[in-house]
Design a protein around this ligand. Structure first.
Ligand code: NAD
Length: 482
């Protein structure tokens, strides 16, 4: 199969926080892969700007190491070509150091120009102000910002207002890397590119939908940050909400940024408030040799959740009566993320009670491997009569696409979309604020009630109350790590 790499224009990408963890693990290795695929036209540059006192060769060594850690030993010619595109400026976002140097490196607006704010949100305003003061932006310049986009609706509005004082919404790219995953986009291709699914994609045929994002790691070194946030703010308000939107939204009239984002926004606005008894919060506890959540965050009385499961409804004609079950947690049995669309049983079984109960299920797997499979009911092979069984009908990208199935990491794809000027897979200000408007009352309710999360054993499926949440409705969670 012929590779279909879509070319981009020559660009200057400035990464504020270019020596940070995110740049080292994701952004720089991702850019290297795009370079290897010929998606960095000659003349394109990556300029890192950070507080670290490094010279260019020190930064180049840092990048080579980052690439080796993420991707293994690179091809010598490719890595040497890539490091030639790099530049480095020591800069202080809050002071004047380095700004004149950065301006000297960007003398003319003759390429696509983007600034990646890979720093904490407290620096956004200072960066935006200085970029303008030093004449580094024009109306075509793009900025890329990372979560967290606030910690509630009020702070998200304030952050958006800050950015909008300096940039038009069309220049702001809010990254949610879940949207950059190949399979998430395939969810849209499967839904809106086939006749097969969309007629069945509603409460008449779908019993319920599960969205699970399970991690096997704890909060690790991010304990101090995480403890102020918790699973609701860190995962549900953004990543799970985005997955829910893409699963539940109406077909946009065109695959174009505002058309897609308008439809996602309608889903968020249609979410009904969640009843307190439809939410289970958890916190990981003991296992033989691992520390507990409270030990991890250094607070023996922490009431922050490292796990959440909830049931919610999208109140519109398509989804009335079909519950959505969301769950996410740390230190669970396996790293395993999936959207499960569970169809209803046939209205009448012609095969009699011995055939058992069967239903179709569409599984969109996001982690650890990406893929889609549809479980269909067939006759159990052999002479044993008309006994039925469910088997997966695999849409394995690796088999279907051969070598080209090496799917780009979410960050690679999203950065290239920034360079192309395509905002479809980025969150708009009103989406972020609407998502907070739904989560805020839930969090405020816990705070008012001094709610304490349920303990769950590390490397388990989560708290037993979460099982009861779905079993009460006569359903079961998909097993984690199956
Ligand atoms: P980090 O602490 O590892 O790195 C911060 C970077 O910012 C460093 O390069 C540092 O030199 C630079 N910096 C700090 N203060 C500065 C200043 N005053 N002037 C100029 N540069 C300054 O942080 P990180 O983990 O890379 O995260 C960056 C942002 O991305 C944060 O907002 C974080 O919440 C977000 N994020 C990170 C991850 C991740 O996996 N690390 C994932 C999602 C979102």
């Amino acid at each position: 199969m012929v590779s279909r790499i879509i070319p981009v224009e020559t660009f200057d990408l400035v990464i504020f926080g270019g020596t940070g963890d995110l740049a080292r693990r994701k952004i720089l290795p991702g850019l290297f892969k795009r370079f290897c695929d010929g998606q960095m036209p000659v003349g394109s540059r990556i300029i890192a700007a950070a507080r670290s006192e490094l010279d260019l060769s020190g930064f180049q060594d840092f990048v080579v190491e980052a690439v080796e850690d993420a991707l293994g030993t690179p091809d010598a010619d490719q890595i040497s070509g890539f490091v030639d595109t790099l530049d480095y400026v020591t800069i202080d976002a809050l002071g004047e150091e380095g700004w004149a140097d950065l301006a000297a490196k960007l003398p003319a607006f003759d390429k696509v120009r983007a600034f990646y704010f890979s720093v904490g949100p407290s620096l956004f305003e200072a960066l935006a102000e200085r970029l303008h003061k030093h004449g580094l932006v024009d109306t075509e310049t793009r900025i890329v910002v990372e979560k967290p986009f606030g910690r509630d609706q009020e702070s998200a509005k304030a952050l958006n207002a800050t950015l909008r004082r300096h940039f038009d919404e069309s220049q702001i790219y809010r990254i949610d890397h879940y949207l950059g995953k190949e399979t998430v986009q395939n969810l849209m291709a499967v839904r809106f590119g086939n006749m097969l699914f969309e007629p069945l994609w509603n409460s008449q045929y779908i019993d319920h939908i599960q969205i699970s994002v399970a991690e096997d790691v704890g909060v690790g070194g991010r304990g101090a940050y995480y403890d102020k946030s918790g699973a609701m703010r860190d995962m549900v308000q953004n990543h799970l909400m985005q997955l829910l939107c893409l699963t539940a939204m109406e077909p946009p009239s065109f695959f174009e940024p505002d058309a897609v984002r308008d439809e996602k926004l309608k889903v968020i606005r249609a979410l009904t408030p969640v009843e307190p008894h439809h939410i289970v919060r958890g916190q990981y506890t003991d296992s033989s040799d691992e520390v507990t959540y409270r030990e991890d965050v250094g607070d023996p009385r922490s009431r922050t959740e490292s796990y959440i499961a909830l049931k919610c409804h999208v109140s519109n004609w398509r989804w009335a009566g079909t519950p959505f079950y969301l769950r996410t947690g740390k230190r669970l049995k396996a790293r395993d993320s999936e959207i499960n669309v569970v169809f209803k049983q046939t209205p009448h079984s012609i095969f009699g009670p011995e055939a058992g109960e069967h239903h179709n299920e569409l599984r969109i797997q996001l982690q650890p491997d990406e893929g889609i499979n549809l479980r269909v009911t067939i006759k159990e092979p052999g002479p044993g009569g008309m006994r039925l069984m469910d088997v997966p009908l695999d849409m394995s990208f690796a088999e279907a696409l051969g070598e080209d199935a090496d799917t780009p990491d979410a960050y690679e794809r999203l950065i290239m979309d920034v360079i192309r000027g395509n905002q479809t897979l980025f969150m708009r200000d009103d989406e972020v604020e609407a998502a907070w408007a739904w989560t805020d009352p839930i969090i405020q309710g816990w705070e008012a009630r001094h709610d304490v999360p349920k303990p769950y054993e590390s490397f388990s499926n989560g708290p037993t109350d979460a099982d009861l949440l779905i079993e009460r409705d006569g359903r079961n969670w998909r097993e984690i790590g199956r």
